[in-house]
Design a protein around this ligand. Structure first.
Ligand SMILES: Cc1cc2nc3c(=O)[nH]c(=O)nc-3n(C[C@H](O)[C@H](O)[C@H](O)COP(=O)(O)OP(=O)(O)OC[C@H]3O[C@@H](n4cnc5c(N)ncnc54)[C@H](O)[C@@H]3O)c2cc1C
Length: 324
């Protein structure tokens, strides 16, 4: 049995691992088989992560996170967690190949998945003109004409924020009814750089190496048109990856895992959560990393408060896997 298992290999999971490993907790990090490295693996230049004045490619940054976690002795399993049992003193974590890992504490850092449009060109041009984060990428669109898709508060906020950089922002929505609050709508509608395109959906994103335009379909008469833009921001929501803990941990009304105040403590003792899975608002690499730090320190504090007899059961790594 382990002292600590960390689930997720984004900025939150790796940072928790760096702190926990340096703190002598000998953590096991379950990093996912196909999506190791988290959301930043899907992007190109990251210009707002401190310490990289020239910017850094997302996958390169995550490789550095991984190496730093490994340097202090974090062990890693490249598999997906498929089942969790979090009640009681000993938590069990089952991975895809059937192995069951046990620990006295768990940090859950599975991130949040931005919703995609699911249209032609989206996958290929992700990071090449298509973005899910105005704070991260708005800067790259200085003086350009771009589009935002969505009808909620975040779409209004992103469009308004993007007018700081872009020459013009089209706001595309499938109907005339916006979900956004009236105040956010009024602000966007009053902005001379924003033009609303109601009753339209995106059918395809054009571009060989960078976005050059969109194919739009009118939801009322089915007619098609082309919109010349060099960027597309998809703001149709995000889904925190919480399905493994449904019924075990309390969630917030936003669907994120509920934590106590500024801590990472969830509704179950010994279970901590960090990063985008607890954050409906900021969702940045540096905030996720900071949150991973909080979780590792909370886990360390929790473990040190356990009876010595229980902690002694957290034996050497070789004994931990219960065969499938
Ligand atoms: C295209 C794009 C560009 C971005 N650009 C920037 C930027 O420039 N600057 C910035 O600060 N932020 C940027 N962000 C936001 C940033 O990537 C996130 O805020 C950050 O990655 C969140 O970190 P996290 O560790 O909470 O989650 P993630 O990075 O989402 O990592 C979660 C991890 O958990 C793993 N996982 C999930 N389920 C399981 C499971 N069942 N078993 C095992 N592992 C599992 C995933 O595979 C993943 O490795 C960008 C996001 C996107 C999508």
């Amino acid at each position: 049995m382990r002292q600590l298992i960390i689930i997720g290999s984004g900025p939150a999971g790796y940072t928790a691992a760096i702190y926990a490993a340096r703190g002598g907790l000998n953590p096991l990090l379950i990093m996912s088989s196909v999506e190791a490295g988290g959301e930043l693996m899907n992007t190109t230049d990251v210009e707002n992560y401190p310490g990289f004045p020239e910017g850094v490619m997302g996958p390169d940054l995550m490789e550095k996170f991984r190496q730093q976690a490994e340097r202090f002795g974090t062990e890693m399993v490249a598999d997906d967690v498929v089942k969790l049992e979090l009640e009681g003193d000993v938590k069990t974590v089952t991975v895809g190949n059937g192995d069951v890992h046990e620990a006295l504490s768990v940090i859950f850092a599975t991130g949040s998945a931005y919703r995609k449009l699911g249209v032609e060109g989206e996958e290929r041009l992700s990071g090449y003109g298509i973005s899910w984060c105005a704070t991260c990428d708005g800067f790259f669109f200085r003086g350009k004409t771009i589009a935002v898709v969505g009808g909620g508060d975040s779409a209004m906020e992103e469009a308004t924020f993007l007018t700081k950089f872009a020459e013009k922002v089209y706001l595309i929505h499938r109907s005339e009814e916006l979900r956004a609050s009236k105040a956010m709508q009024d602000r966007a509608k009053a902005d001379p750089k924003i033009e609303f395109l109601f009753n339209k959906t995106v059918k395809e994103v054009y571009g060989a190496e960078q976005v050059t335009g969109l194919s739009l379909v009118d939801t009322i008469d089915g007619s098609e048109s082309v919109l010349d833009v060099s960027g597309l921001f998809v703001a149709i929501g995000a889904d925190p990856r919480t399905h493994l803990v449904h019924g075990q941990l309390d969630l917030t009304s936003a669907g994120t895992i509920a934590v106590e105040g500024r801590s990472s403590r969830t509704s179950l003792a010994g279970v901590f959560a960090a990063g985008d899975v607890i954050d409906p608002t900021y969702r940045q690499a540096v905030t996720a990393a900071g949150s991973g730090t909080v979780a590792a320190l909370d886990a360390e504090h929790f473990l040190s408060s356990l009876p010595a007899a229980l902690r002694e059961q957290a034996a050497a790594p070789a004994e931990e896997v219960v065969p499938a």
